[in-house]
Design a protein around this ligand. Structure first.
Ligand SMILES: CCCCCCCCCCCCCC(=O)CSCCNC(=O)CCNC(=O)[C@H](O)C(C)(C)COP(=O)(O)OP(=O)(O)OC[C@H]1O[C@@H](n2cnc3c(N)ncnc32)[C@H](O)[C@@H]1OP(=O)(O)O
Ligand SMILES: CCOC(=O)c1cnc2ccc(OC)cc2c1SCCC#N
Length: 389
């Protein structure tokens, strides 16, 4: 398959797979800031660039509306991601973020927002090297402007703006295969509301299974079982940061999160991210941690339902409580909060609980990518300690 754009980029190329003579690490050296293109890339005349101020209610609504109608759909066009406005504000304003990396394209005449791409800064450890990167996300071109090679221009423009901040690497995920994945992961789904998932056509009644038998199969207790299991609070940040930093050390690629990062990414935010700790009743020590984020989806073409309430496993650390028990408690909480499904990737140590907690494998894959950083070999999912939103 020809990749006319990606073959011009400093990314692992398919032709280089297996070439162990190529060194691991940056593919191109940084340039001086004066060598970075100072002016934006050219768009077709009808369009103009806009840096989106996500703090502005009006601008945030325009971004939300573009994504709600034009962002990622599954292959069967059963669902389309429906990131909420408060989720977008959370995802796009981590410590050290740049408004200039929230890039929109408007129609000059109507001022209609028709495309979007974002970056946020993150310190990512790759094996033994911590690299400041841009995490790229929310690449979206309006359905009516597809297949016009707008995406490469969006990607070159965000690359240019990242370079202006003296950052030369990026991390991103996609459901499509591009040159060249550093790892390919699988989604797993734990049904919480079987009736709804069957009604929308995602799940089917198993052979020799009645609806009531199916409901019983996925039923969860009304309350959690781990003593000391509670919502994370601000004063837990130092302990959670210690726990998480230590846990993530075992993975080949993982975020290097300090206390500011932990406060932003993991402190509970209503309808955006939920996080729980296990505080040992005696010692008051934080021994375990679990978190999930809330990413609803529009249900396309169903008479009875319009929104799927989905929770996505985020970061989990079990040092005392068995991970299986910790995750079962988190499923119980997600069900209490009326989620329809709890999703998880087969990364980190997730494989150890997926089957036992009745997750089923999805048919979608998620490919992880690094920009301008070569890994000699692809990673197994369990070597990945990075979750992108
Ligand atoms: C140092 C800093 C560096 C920062 C930058 C790092 C890199 C960041 C990279 C971005 C990471 C984003 C991560 C992220 O947001 C999470 S993945 C979600 C991407 N968004 C969607 O799927 C939303 C629905 N689809 C669309 O809006 C359009 O189909 C998009 C805009 C996806 C493509 O628009 P289009 O109208 O359908 O297509 P053309 O404009 O005609 O362009 C065709 C070219 O685009 C390549 N393409 C297609 N999908 C891609 C994807 N998901 N990543 C990268 N490239 C993608 C494709 O291979 C081809 O190139 P090739 O000819 O070489 O094969
Ligand atoms: C019921 C299980 O499927 C999903 O939760 C879901 C929801 N919305 C989507 C929107 C776009 C989409 O495009 C790939 C997939 C989904 C999926 S499956 C993959 C995500 C997970 N887990």
């Amino acid at each position: 398959k020809r990749h006319k754009f990606w073959e011009t980029q400093p990314v692992g190329q398919f032709k280089d797979i297996g070439d162990t003579s190529l060194p691991e690490g940056p593919i191109e050296p940084p340039t001086t800031l004066s060598e970075v293109k100072q002016e934006p890339y050219n768009l077709p005349n009808l369009y103009e660039w806009i840096s989106c101020d996500i703090d502005s209610e009006e601008m945030c609504t325009e971004v939300y509306d573009l994504l709600t109608h034009n962002y990622v759909e599954d292959d069967e066009t059963m669902f389309r991601f429906n990131y909420s406005k408060e989720f977008l504000r959370w995802a796009l304003r981590p410590p050290g973020y740049y408004k200039s990396w929230h890039i929109g394209v408007r129609v000059r005449s109507s001022k209609k927002l028709v495309a979007f791409i974002t970056g946020v800064p993150a310190r990512i450890r790759v094996r033994d090297n911590v690299v400041t990167m841009a995490e790229i996300n929310f690449l979206c071109v309006h359905k009516k402007l597809r297949s016009k090679r707008l995406a490469p221009v969006m990607i070159k423009e965000v690359t240019r703006r990242v370079h202006l901040e003296n950052i030369w690497q990026a991390a991103y995920t996609a459901g499509v295969v591009l040159p060249t994945p550093i790892s390919t992961c699988q989604y797993w789904h734990r049904t919480l509301n079987p009736k709804k998932l069957i009604d929308v056509g995602f799940s089917r009644l198993g052979a020799r299974m009645t609806m009531s038998r199916t409901i019983k199969l996925y039923r969860l207790p009304d309350s959690t079982s781990t003593p000391g299991f509670r919502k994370m609070e601000l004063h837990d940040v130092p302990a959670v940061a210690r726990l998480l930093r230590n846990y993530l050390n075992q993975f080949e690629v993982a975020p290097d999160l300090d206390e500011n990062d932990v406060e932003h990414w993991l402190l509970p935010t209503e309808n955006v991210v939920d996080s729980y700790v296990v505080e040992s009743p005696g010692s008051h020590k934080i021994t375990d941690f679990s978190s999930f984020y809330s990413l609803p989806s529009s249900i396309l073409g169903n008479q009875n339902y319009s929104i799927l309430k989905a929770a996505y496993s985020f970061y989990n650390v079990a040092t005392k409580t068995p991970l299986l028990q910790l995750m079962n408690d988190v499923l119980i909480v997600a069900k209490q909060k009326d989620y329809d499904v709890f999703n998880a990737l087969d990364i980190m140590q997730n494989e150890s609980f997926l089957k036992e907690l009745k997750f089923g494998p999805g048919d979608g894959k998620l490919h992880y990518y690094l920009y301008n950083y070569r890994l000699r070999n692809a990673l197994k999912p369990m070597e990945l300690g990075l979750v992108l939103l």
